[in-house]
Every structure is written in structure tokens, then in C-alpha cells.
Design a protein around this ligand. Sequence first.
Ligand SMILES: NC(=O)c1ccc[n+]([C@@H]2O[C@H](COP(=O)([O-])OP(=O)(O)OC[C@H]3O[C@@H](n4cnc5c(N)ncnc54)[C@H](OP(=O)(O)O)[C@@H]3O)[C@@H](O)[C@H]2O)c1
Length: 351
Amino acid sequence: MTAHELYATAMRRALELAAHGPVTGGNPQVGCVLLNAFGDIVAEGWHHGAGTPHAEVDALSKLPTNPTGAPDATNLTAVVTLEPCNHTGRTGPCSVALIEAGIERVVYAVADPGPVAGGGSQRLRDAGIDVIEGVGGAQADAFLHAWLTATRLGRPFVTVKWASSLDGRAAAADGTSQWITGTPSRQRVHEQRAQSDAIIVGTGTVFADDPTLTARGDAGELLSHQPLPVVIGERGIPATAKLRKRPFVEARSRDLSAVLSDLFDRGILRAYVEGGPTLASSFIEAGLADEYVIYLAPKLIGGPKLAIGDVGVGTIGDARELHITSVESLGDDIMIVARPGLDHTQPPKGP
Ligand SMILES: NC(=O)c1ccc[n+]([C@@H]2O[C@H](COP(=O)([O-])OP(=O)(O)OC[C@H]3O[C@@H](n4cnc5c(N)ncnc54)[C@H](OP(=O)(O)O)[C@@H]3O)[C@@H](O)[C@H]2O)c1
């Protein structure tokens, strides 16, 4: 096996480890394995969530210590899914921990795009450590897509979700909409809420449905992670709304970019937009939808209550191109996940 193949295999293991970490909480899911000179894994680690040691430090903590009590990584290679960080937050910089442990080489998959944490690779190189970037880059990039998008753009990764009949209606003509989809779909929605930092709705939905916006299990129990409810709209939240019994954000604005920027500053990196149709359409029109989760129920409703309204497409050539990333049957329903066809998250290329 060549060194590259060895690192690629170790990177796949590091990605498996990364997946143990939480998707919410603002920090990336990162995994790390430490290899000895024979290519054997001698320690593994992953990031367990905000405020806990980063993956590299978690892996280093499993090594024998040298006489000063520090982990001894002499002659070892660290294979890590994300560039080791270079800043002191609630924990110290991973690049420094690796240098102090005497690591020989660091192999990582994707660069950290953050202006604060990035630069760890240069610090490692400056300390004379062999650094290899890009091993397993495509897989790690896909795995960290939401976090990387949020970090690059300085706003949460936005998933727009709706449930509709096959003919694209979100409600009947009289406004009744519970329940268009079946139990398995609704359960999946709760799981997706629990994997989000925030659920966003418009004031129209709060006035119409008075939702609690909690993430609940099969028996109605609250799941361990609860997203922050965010209501956007100038009318604000009615005094009697059920939401008022929970911490929430009342964004009395229609400026979606400004609201997202504010949420990012609060550590919200994954936002789940649940509608209604007016707000969802505005997110799409503004180019602020990074992912679509569409639940389709085998019903026809007809009438005026469309799941999505005007998204700024006046002619077919301007239709928003999507690519479907998955299609899944949930009971009688279908869940489609799609993303914008063009990578709208990249800054425009220069001349
Ligand atoms: N099937 C589904 O998946 C689904 C999901 C959710 C809701 N629903 C249904 O949808 C209905 C409510 O939908 P809706 O369309 O009336 O209300 P909505 O989309 O929840 O809220 C619309 C309001 O959002 C505010 N807003 C904030 N920023 C905006 C922007 N940039 N552009 C436009 N509006 C902005 C405005 O409120 P202000 O006037 O206060 O500024 C606007 O009136 C309910 O019947 C609910 O049951 C269905």
C-alpha cells in the first residue's frame, strides 16, 4: 500500500469517527486518527461538541505521556478530517497541541475556511512539520457541506422544508393543512428539527397555527436537542402564543440576510425554514436556500394554497435549477432532498 492509500484509508476511518459528534452547536464534526511509522492506528478521537476537546486533542489524550506529562506523538502521523485550528477559543489551538506533542506529519482533508480558526497548517509548517492537504477532500467536503457553507458565507446553512400534496398544495382552500403527510414523514421532520440549531417560521404561520416548534419523539416526548425557534416578521409574536413559554428569537424584520447574519453571530449554523409559503418563497427568491426537503403526500387538493408562491421567476429560462440528492419513501409519502444546481455558495470568480 502506498503512503497515499494508507492516508486515504485512515481518512475514511477519521470520517466515521467524525460522524459520532453532534451536528448542532456551531462546531464542525471532526475525526482524527494517529498512525505510527508502520501505518497502524494507535489512537482515535473525535470532537464531542462545543466546549470539549477538539478531535486532535481527543486522540492525543489517548497516547502515553512523556516525562513532562504531555502526550508523546513522536514519529506519529495525524490524519484529520479538517485543518487543525489555529485559535484559542474554549480550548487551545490544535496546531499547537500537535506541535507540542512532537507530531511528525499532519494529513488533513479540507482547509478550515474560517477567518478565525484557519491558518493552522501554516503554523504546523512553520514548526517544521510535514503537512499534506486534500486527502479524502471530496468526501470530507460533502460530509461537512453545511458547516463549510455556513462558515464561508457567515450565515447559517439554510434548509427550506415544506409538505404538500402531489399537486403542490400546502393547505386546502379553507386553510386547513393538518395533516397533509403521514406519521413517518412527520417523525422525520422532528428528527430534522433536532439536527438543526434553529427552526424558522414567518409570523403568518404563528398567527395561523400557534406552533410550539419543538422536536419530539414518537410518543410526543421532547428530543434531547431542541432547536431555537425563530419567528421572522414585522408583526412579531402574539402575546398569547405558545412559543412565548420557550426561549425564542423574535426577528421583527423582513430583511432575511440581516436576520441570518444575526443568527450566525449567535452560533446558529444550521437553520430549518418551515414556512409558511410566503416566507419560504422569499428565502428562495433571495437565493438564501441551500437545501430543499420536500415531503409529497399522495393527495390532490387543488385550489389556491400553493406550497410555494412567487420566487422571482417570470420566464422558464429563469427557473431555479435544482439537483436531487435523495428520494426516500416514508410510509405513503415521498421525501425529496434537493440542492441548488449551481453552487451559489461560492463567491463569483474573478476575470
Ligand atoms: N405545508 C407546510 O409545509 C406548511 C408549513 C408551514 C406553514 N404552513 C401553512 O402556511 C400558512 C401560513 O403561511 P403564510 O404564507 O401565510 O405565512 P408565513 O410564510 O409563515 O409568514 C409570512 C410573513 O412572514 C413575514 N416575513 C418576514 N420576512 C419576510 C420576507 N422577506 N418576505 C415576506 N414575508 C416576510 C411577513 O410578516 P409581517 O407582516 O409580520 O412582516 C409575512 O406576512 C398556515 O396556514 C400554515 O398552516 C404550511
